[in-house]
Ligand binder design. Structure first.
Ligand code: G6P
Ligand code: ZN
Length: 542
């Protein structure tokens, strides 16, 4: 006989989930009742859970397994009929979205702090995804938060842990626990979208690739899909074993953190294609031999070539990008005669467009690319679409991108980050920019067409989001965008996005830092970056 324990508790401050859920240090989550309060708040806020099925899994970081045991015992106490758990607690964020949709569950709980480091002194996170497969919208996260501020009791089964290390059906106090292979459903979905035979033939022909899983969740997915199913040689996947601390790494697929991969791709005898994904598998970075594809260009190239893949053969309904992402994808949309959408930063803004069938592909400059196949961005999906394009076009990555620029022009692009600056100074800088009226003014060689603080009205549900980033747009279409990071953990991070359209193929080979030098200087001057932050140079340039 299992008994439901009613445990008295008091609210914790600051359990306000952002769009990516509640992210805190592991030590915060390890406080007695901390996780339990939040999980109970989820269950209390999402409607009647009795008899329903929930998906649970995470990116494998430290505290994943123990959190899953707590969630299982609380789900049973709450009356769920069944919980589906990824074997070993593993489930990438896009795979979670896939499974929630495929089995029409009552949503899922994903345990991840994305690309943030893991380990006892690092980060942990939890978020609820809705039955459509995407992150909970603000109405739901607000309700969860409100519940955390008044909670006085949670309910949990008083039972031993259930085995989640092997696939199988178990029972936990009357609730079914199905431990499933976290890769299978996702791999099947990928197989339905892409021409696996063509990709198999590509590898069989000697095409060489490296995929850096960064000791995070995509290791098992990439090993099965790339090596076992598609026949890439063993060893194609590097850092493929998920580790609780990601091997002391920072599982963020960019030129700085994916250093093993970058060294290989820019070294002697580099493979044809390189890619990496982040902690929970939703981000991606794409490299060719000696060539880096910016996320903005990647979206544009994938959009222009998507019909190579069976899943997109009938064409795209529309293309959506976040505002700071370069306008390269807009040019593809215009050429295809389809609509392009410009949304605020954050994957959640694509949800309504995807649900309404207005957009098929979406992308963000922050290494996010995806489509309507799930409701999260999807790192491995982007890699497979690239492979499908490479298999169809049989050209090097660099040639494909250069041909793309020759056809559409190049949106030369760079992002400058000023990390860990004083929060008050950062806010002051943004207020200063907000107060400027620059229309008609000449800055260097550029005349300002308009400047504003980006506001967005969702074309599907009419919701309005304001203060989404300062834009200074020039008459030739060049732009400078300023926004403060919503994901930083220490102080504030100012992001400056600089973009200039270059139609002349003779100039496409220039280093973006050189080509954009004047705009970069204008950005620093207009925002008074050095005077206000004390920083004369950005900390990261991508
Ligand atoms: C998360 C979201 C992305 C978003 C990014 C922005 O990764 O999932 O959709 O683009 O944050 O990060 P930032 O630090 O620029 O606010
Ligand atoms: Zn992520």
């Amino acid at each position: 006989m299992t008994t439901v324990k009613h445990v008295a508790t008091t609210p914790f401050d600051g359990q306000k989930p952002g769009t990516s859920g509640l992210r805190k240090k592991v030590r915060v989550f390890q406080q007695p009742h901390y996780l339990e309060n939040f999980v109970q708040a989820i269950f209390d806020s999402i409607g009647d859970v009795a008899g329903k099925t929930l998906v649970v899994g995470g990116d494998g970081r430290f505290h994943n397994r123990s959190a899953i045991q707590t969630i299982l015992k609380m789900a049973a106490a709450a009356g769920f009929a069944k919980v589906m758990v990824g074997k070993g607690g593993i489930l990438s964020t896009p795979a979670a979205s896939c499974v929630i949709r495929k089995y029409k569950t009552f949503g899922g709980i994903i345990l991840s702090a994305s690309h943030n480091p893991g380990g006892p002194d690092e980060d942990f996170g939890i978020k609820y995804n809705i039955p459509a497969g995407g992150p909970a919208p603000e109405g739901v996260t607000e309700a969860i938060y409100a519940r955390t501020t008044e909670i006085n009791e949670y309910r949990i089964l008083d039972v031993a842990d259930v085995d989640i290390e092997s696939v199988g059906d178990r029972s936990l106090g009357g609730m079914a626990v199905t431990v499933f292979d976290p890769v299978a459903d996702y791999a099947e979905l990928m197989g339905s979208l892409f021409d696996f035979d063509a990709i198999r033939a590509l590898f069989a022909g000697g095409f060489r690739m490296r995929f850096d899983a960064m000791h995070a969740v995509t290791g098992p997915y990439a090993s099965v899909i790339l090596e076992d199913i598609l026949g890439a040689p063993k060893g194609t996947v590097m850092n493929g074993i998920p580790l609780e601390d990601f091997g002391h790494g920072h599982p963020d697929p960019n030129l700085v953190h994916a250093h093993d991969l970058v060294e290989e791709m820019f070294g002697p005898d580099a493979p044809d294609f390189g890619a990496a994904s982040d902690g929970d598998g939703d981000r991606n970075m794409i490299l060719g031999r000696d060539f880096y594809v910016t996320p903005s260009d990647s979206l544009a190239v994938l959009a222009a070539n998507a019909t190579c893949a069976p899943g997109y053969a009938k064409g795209l309904a529309g293309i959506a990008r976040s505002m700071p992402t370069s306008a390269a994808a807009d040019r593809v949309a215009a050429a295809l005669g389809i609509k392009s959408y410009e949304t605020p930063t954050g994957w959640k803004f694509f949800g309504t467009l995807l649900d309404a069938g207005l957009a098929t592909l979406c992308g963000e400059e922050s290494f996010g690319t995806g489509s309507d196949h799930v409701r999260e961005k999807d790192g491995l999906w982007a890699v497979l679409l690239w492979l499908n394009v490479l298999a169809a076009r049989k050209q090097p990555v660099a040639d494909i991108v250069r041909e793309h620029w020759a056809k559409y022009g190049r949106n030369v692009y760079s992002r400058h980050d000023y990390e860990g600056i004083d929060t008050a100074a950062a806010n002051g800088l943004m207020d200063h920019l907000r107060g400027l009226s620059l229309k008609g003014q000449t800055l260097g060689a550029y005349t300002v067409a308009f400047n504003d603080d980006f506001a967005y009205t969702d074309p599907v549900d009419g919701s309005v989001s304001t203060k989404q980033g300062i834009r200074i747009v020039f008459e030739d279409g060049s732009r400078i965008v300023f926004r403060l990071s919503g994901t930083g953990t220490e102080g504030a991070t100012l992001r400056v996005y600089i973009e200039q359209y270059e139609p002349d193929p003779a100039k496409h080979g220039a280093d973006p830092q050189d080509a954009l030098a004047e705009l970069i200087k204008i950005a620093r001057d207009v925002a008074e970056i050095e005077a206000r932050t004390g920083r004369s140079e950005p900390t990261v340039i991508t």
